[in-house]
Design a protein around this ligand. Structure first.
Ligand SMILES: C[S@@+](CC[C@H](N)C(=O)[O-])C[C@H]1O[C@@H](n2cnc3c(N)ncnc32)[C@H](O)[C@@H]1O
Length: 271
């Protein structure tokens, strides 16, 4: 049995952030996504550009990016719009990488990155931000009603929330598929329509709900293939358990998305 078939938890984010700056990982991101924007989810550059059209950020806007990962997607927003950005992520290495990238770009004056748990009370004052983004990470935060309440608290009146939920159940899944798909950390699986219902209960106005499952199907398959081509090098730095665990995770993510059994939606809501 390959290690990944044991159903053990796979430290995908830890491995991603520890090796984030290596040429090997950058090449994989470039090949999988077309452009390396430092993503660790399913976000591609064109999709972020689309999200920016929805967000209408200006140079004076304050954006909070929750579960910002490497911070590079967040910094790309700062670069494209001139806005001020704050990012929070649980992983220490991710935040260190975000701070280093901000320094390299000379953006320290208008960017702030914090290590923190986005599932808990956020360390920001009420009405601090014009916009909040949370890309491919809401599924890692338990107690969604509390999370949405916090997001609403730190948004200014009229502020915009944009998040993607990549773990929306839209078809049947076996117990083995659930185990593999959830093998990289805490996962909350929700039925279609759940987010909209909670947003309304939290006092948000839902403005847009768009199916972005295709992105997940294409990018998971691309990522799987780009990594498979570099198996020897990856097994040396990740070890067999993490390598095969990640491959199995990506393969399952690609199949479930392609068959529209697990979907990814982008949702825009206003305070
Ligand atoms: C799929 S990645 C997406 C990262 C980034 N948004 C992007 O699009 O590249 C999910 C991120 O959620 C972070 N995360 C997981 N649980 C978290 C929590 N409780 N608080 C803050 N970040 C968390 C992980 O460290 C990881 O960076």
């Amino acid at each position: 049995m390959r290690p990944s078939e044991s159903g053990k938890r796979v430290d995908l984010y830890g491995a991603s952030y520890r090796n984030f700056a290596t040429d090997l990982y950058a090449d994989i991101r470039r090949e999988a996504f077309g452009e390396d924007i430092g993503q660790t989810g399913w976000l591609a550059a064109e999709e972020q550009d689309l999200f920016l059209e929805w967000l209408h950020l200006s140079r004076s806007s304050q954006l909070l990016d929750l579960a910002c990962g490497s911070g590079r997607p967040t910094l790309r927003i700062a670069q494209k719009t001139g806005c001020h950005v704050s990012g929070v992520d649980l992983h220490t290495e991710a935040v260190a990488s975000a701070k280093a990238s901000a320094r390299e770009l000379g953006y320290e004056g208008r960017t702030k990155f914090y290590q923190g748990n986005a599932a808990e009370r956020l360390s920001f004052a009420n009405a601090s931000f014009d916009a909040i983004t949370c890309i491919d990470a809401i599924n890692h935060l338990p107690d969604r009603p509390h999370v949405l309440e916090e997001w609403r608290r730190v948004l200014k009146p009229g502020g915009c929330l944009l998040f993607t939920d990549p773990i929306m159940l839209t078809g049947p899944m076996t117990n083995a598929e659930i185990t593999i798909r959830a093998s990289i950390g805490l996962f909350v699986f929700v039925p279609a329509g759940y987010d909209e219902k909670l947003l309304k209960q939290a006092g948000f106005e839902v403005e847009r709900v768009e199916d972005r499952t295709q992105n997940m199907a294409v990018n998971a398959a691309g990522w799987l293939e780009a990594r498979a081509k570099r198996e020897t090098d990856l097994r040396k730095i990740e070890g067999d358990e993490v390598f095969f665990g990640q491959q199995r995770f990506l393969e399952t993510a690609a199949i479930l998305a392609r068959e529209r059994r697990l979907s990814r939606f982008a949702i825009v809501a206003r305070k």
